[in-house]
Design a protein around this ligand. Structure first.
Ligand SMILES: [Zn+2]
Length: 471
């Protein structure tokens, strides 16, 4: 297989997404901590503790969410849901096996398209249970089974990425899909990735870096790994296939073990879990319940509003912002809407570390504000000020403008005396304007804006200035 690669770097990801269900994958225990600082092993039952005789029952919500995700990744859905026992050598699963899918994954043969236009294959998407967590305290290692049995969807990509940056882009695209589908809640769900990486110089000997959390960390870990492998080859070292851990604090990977192959795990079909037929009708009903996804919105925004794809992509990246744009673009010139939502609104949201869905103001207030801008009743400076206030609390921009006296001073009888005074005070600038120096015009516009506290219309000042100077 490795002979078929030609690029300098080859990366594949295995991503574990915790699904946003109420209960665990095979029992009725709550997936979400019931209170802060919950005691260890308080959300457990005979099933997730792996007691003899306990009977697992598959959580329907996890199946539905898994199918949604697989469909959004353009996967084919398996006709039958089968679970297997994966022999497990670590102390964080008390059954000595992990219930997972091996023979027939829930979804297969899908893809994700990156903003660059590149397509990354999705080999499989399957359901499995999360192991418990180990807590190391001094000489002891303790096991907390609260997390044991949480539903995960594992997504395995093809070895199709050729740089750490592409791996980060893929994670970003995936997270957007997860948010749109509502199958992932950033406050309670965890997303982790294992990365397979190899380089041409070593003949594509793979290292697998385990348990990287966060998409910026993935890029960091992969950048480190590329350098490490290149340095090793340069020193004449023979690389061997291994499994490594990412230490985010030190920014290095360290060897955990030489890599097992899938065959080492010894899978058997779980006799406690009967196969479930996923009828076409059931899958179609899930398909019908799915929202429009971000890549569909991007296409729609570009076609309906003739806006650049990059703008459409940024607006569609966050679901509530995409909805806002859809509402606003029906009432306001879409190009004006793009400028204010993509650039100005995103800027104030970033500054206050919020997303639009967390803001109390609604689209009607944004529309009101943009109408004032569109009709040139307020300047951009005033509009920015109002936008920053709207992020903090909802109010009517029209009334705000009236109360604060922010209407544009377009009345020439108010601007004329001011300009006349400025012309007398700055003869050199007047000469520059006359000789066609554009900076000199901006000088006068700037002075007038300062005097009127930003409420003059620059176009109006420009026009008046030329009139007064007989240009
Ligand atoms: Zn349980």
């Amino acid at each position: 297989m490795s002979e078929s690669f030609t690029s300098d770097v080859v990366i594949g990801l295995e991503i574990h997404v915790e699904l946003n269900t109420r209960t665990k994958l095979f029992c009725g225990c709550s997936r979400i901590p019931l209170r802060e600082n919950e005691p260890p092993n308080s959300r457990t039952c005979p099933t997730c503790l792996g007691m003899p005789g306990a009977k697992p029952v598959v959580n329907k919500a996890a199946i539905e969410q898994g199918i949604k995700l697989a469909l959004a990744l353009h996967c084919s859905i398996a006709p039958t849901l089968i679970f297997s026992r994966k022999s497990y050598f670590y102390p964080d699963l008390s059954k000595n096996y992990q219930t997972s899918q091996f023979e027939i994954p829930l979804g297969s043969n899908g893809h994700i398209r990156l903003p660059s236009g590149k397509t990354v294959g999705i080999v499989r998407a399957h359901l499995e249970e999360d192991p418990a967590s180990l807590v190391h305290k001094g000489a002891y290692s303790l096991v907390d089974y609260n997390r044991s049995g949480d539903p995960l969807c594992e997504i395995v990509t093809g070895p199709d990425m050729n740089s750490p940056e592409e791996a980060r882009e893929l994670m970003k695209e995936l997270i957007t899909v997860l948010h749109y589908l509502g199958v992932f809640d950033a406050s309670t769900c965890i997303i982790k990735a294992d990365a397979n990486i190899s380089i041409k110089e070593s003949g594509y000997v793979r290292s697998e870096v385990k348990n990287i959390t966060g998409f910026k960390e993935i890029e960091r870990a992969l950048c480190y790994e590329v350098e490490r492998q290149r340095d090793a080859v340069k020193r004449g070292e023979q690389l061997v296939q291994d499994t490594r851990a990412w230490d985010a604090v030190k920014g290095v990977t360290t060897r955990m073990r030489t890599k097992e192959t899938e065959a080492d795990y010894g899978y058997i079909i779980d006799p406690d879990l009967v196969p479930i037929t996923l009828s076409e009708e059931f899958v179609n009903s899930i398909k019908d319940s799915m929202p429009e996804l971000h890549f569909e919105k991007v296409k729609k925004f570009v076609e309906e509003h003739s806006i650049p794809e990059e703008d459409a992509r940024i607006l569609a990246q966050e679901l509530s912002l995409a909805h806002l744009f859809e509402e606003v673009a029906q009432r306001i010139d879409p190009k004006l809407a793009v400028r204010w939502l993509r650039h100005e609104l995103n800027k104030v949201l970033n500054e206050s570390e919020k997303v639009w869905s967390e803001v109390e103001a609604d689209e009607s207030q944004i529309i009101e504000l943009l109408e004032l801008v569109d009709e040139k009743k307020i300047t951009d400076i005033s509009a920015r000020e109002i936008l920053a206030e709207l992020i903090k609390r909802p109010f009517s921009p029209k009334e705000y403008v009236k109360e604060k006296g922010l209407e544009v001073v377009s009345d020439s009888s108010a601007l004329k005396p001011l300009l006349q005074k400025l012309i007398e005070e700055h003869p050199q600038a007047v000469e520059d304007v006359k000789s066609g120096e554009p900076k000199a015009i901006n000088f006068f516009v700037g002075k007038v804006m300062k005097e009127t506290k930003g409420q003059a219309s620059p176009a109006q000042v420009n026009k008046l200035l030329k009139e007064l100077l007989d240009l």
